[in-house]
Write a protein that binds this ligand. Structure first.
Ligand SMILES: NC(=O)C1=CN([C@@H]2O[C@H](COP(=O)(O)OP(=O)(O)OC[C@H]3O[C@@H](n4cnc5c(N)ncnc54)[C@H](OP(=O)(O)O)[C@@H]3O)[C@@H](O)[C@H]2O)C=CC1
Ligand SMILES: CC(=O)N[C@@H](CCC(=O)OP(=O)(O)O)C(=O)O
Length: 309
């Protein structure tokens, strides 16, 4: 018995990644719309209502519209857009975020797939807030760099045309990036972090970094305490792992082309500072890989089926 899956926005960057991960799986029956009908509201409404699961890989407004086109109480939804990540009635689709989150996803009808940058930030920060090492009132900053596929078809075209593209471009300088609300809410923080994203001239991959003074933690906290909390939060064998290697650098390519995420804790006792770093693929654990992981969990399938670890 297979489950019917419709990817709305299946011709876009994220949609194609998901399709690639689902194709060839006997337990998945993909519902496809041809080029002429893929943006036709009537054809989409039919596919949205025929499917057991829909994965929305659309701009935010189109994602909201797609949800409104579902007229039954059966079709389950995974939304890869930003539209529902802090919305009431939606479950945040980050299985590793908290104990119990995987079960919440398994039983949910509406799941919001996390943003790519928040996936790295939350993996680093949420366990520390939950354990009481980092106070909810902490004032944080997060520096991050994405491959240009993070900007979808339009940014890919810009970089690949080679006219206005650059090697490294900081952006969101108005401090109002769409990912700040989900970082704040799902980390359990009282204040939004200062979010400093940049895009690099490489197709895929991501580095997310949270620099901290030990003085920002609960009194007496040492780097070893931070490492212990992160290690406990991410048991071996999952998609998220704390690096046990002694490395002195990381690269945006480290987890590119995979659905895993690697966390690093760098520290210097003399400086009383730490740098928490996550590497992932913006299209992997940051988007398509997470969507397929959520589908697997919701449908009761092998959680890692179709994923590249
Ligand atoms: N790229 C990334 O790294 C990540 C993306 N996301 C999110 O995933 C979603 C998709 O992003 P991405 O794949 O990058 O974007 P793309 O621009 O690459 O793809 C979006 C697709 O949606 C189609 N589309 C737009 N409007 C409609 C509509 N009304 N009906 C049907 N199809 C429509 C577009 O059609 P057309 O081809 O004609 O333009 C395009 O194929 C966004 O919400 C994005 O924020 C999330 C995490 C990471
Ligand atoms: C490089 C780049 O532009 N990245 C996008 C984020 C990727 C994306 O579309 O994000 P979500 O769907 O996860 O919100 C941005 O900053 O808006």
């Amino acid at each position: 018995m297979s489950v019917g899956v419709f990817i709305d926005g299946g011709a876009g960057t994220t949609g194609l990644e998901i399709r690639e991960r689902l194709s060839g799986r006997a337990e998945i029956a993909l519902i496809l719309l041809d080029e002429a009908r893929r943006k036709d509201p009537a054809a989409r409404a039919e596919a949205l209502n025929d499917a057991d699961f829909v994965i929305l890989c659309l701009p935010d407004d189109a994602a909201r519209e797609a949800v409104s086109l579902i007229r039954n109480d059966r079709t389950r939804v995974i939304d890869a857009s930003t539209a529902h990540r802090v919305a009431a009635g939606w479950t945040y689709g980050f299985a590793e975020l908290d104990p119990g989150q995987r079960d919440a996803i398994a039983g949910a009808r509406f799941v919001a797939n996390p943003g790519c940058y928040p996936t790295g930030f939350l993996a680093l920060v949420r366990p520390l807030v939950r354990a009481g090492l980092l106070p909810a009132s902490a004032l944080l900053s997060v520096n991050a760099t994405s491959g240009y596929s993070g900007g979808g078809k339009a940014m890919i075209a810009e970089f690949e045309a080679g006219e206005t593209a650059t090697a490294f471009r900081p952006y969101a300088l108005s401090l109002g990036h769409k990912h700040v609300p989900e970082m704040t809410v799902h980390a359990g923080l009282q204040h939004g972090p200062i979010f400093q994203p940049a895009v690099a001239d490489t197709y895929r991959g991501m580095v997310v970094e949270v620099p901290l003074h030990l003085a920002q933690f609960a009194p007496g906290t040492q780097p070893g305490d931070i490492g212990a909390v992160l290690r406990d939060a991410y048991p071996a064998g999952g998609l998220v792992r704390l690096s046990q290697d002694t490395v002195s650098t990381v690269a945006i390519e480290d987890d590119a082309g995979t659905d895993r995420m690697t966390l690093h804790l760098f520290s210097n006792p003399d400086a009383a500072q730490v740098r928490l770093v996550a590497t992932l693929d913006n299209l992997g654990k940051g988007a398509g890989g997470a969507a397929v992981q959520n589908l697997n969990i919701m449908a009761g399938l092998d959680p890692l089926a179709g994923l590249v670890i």
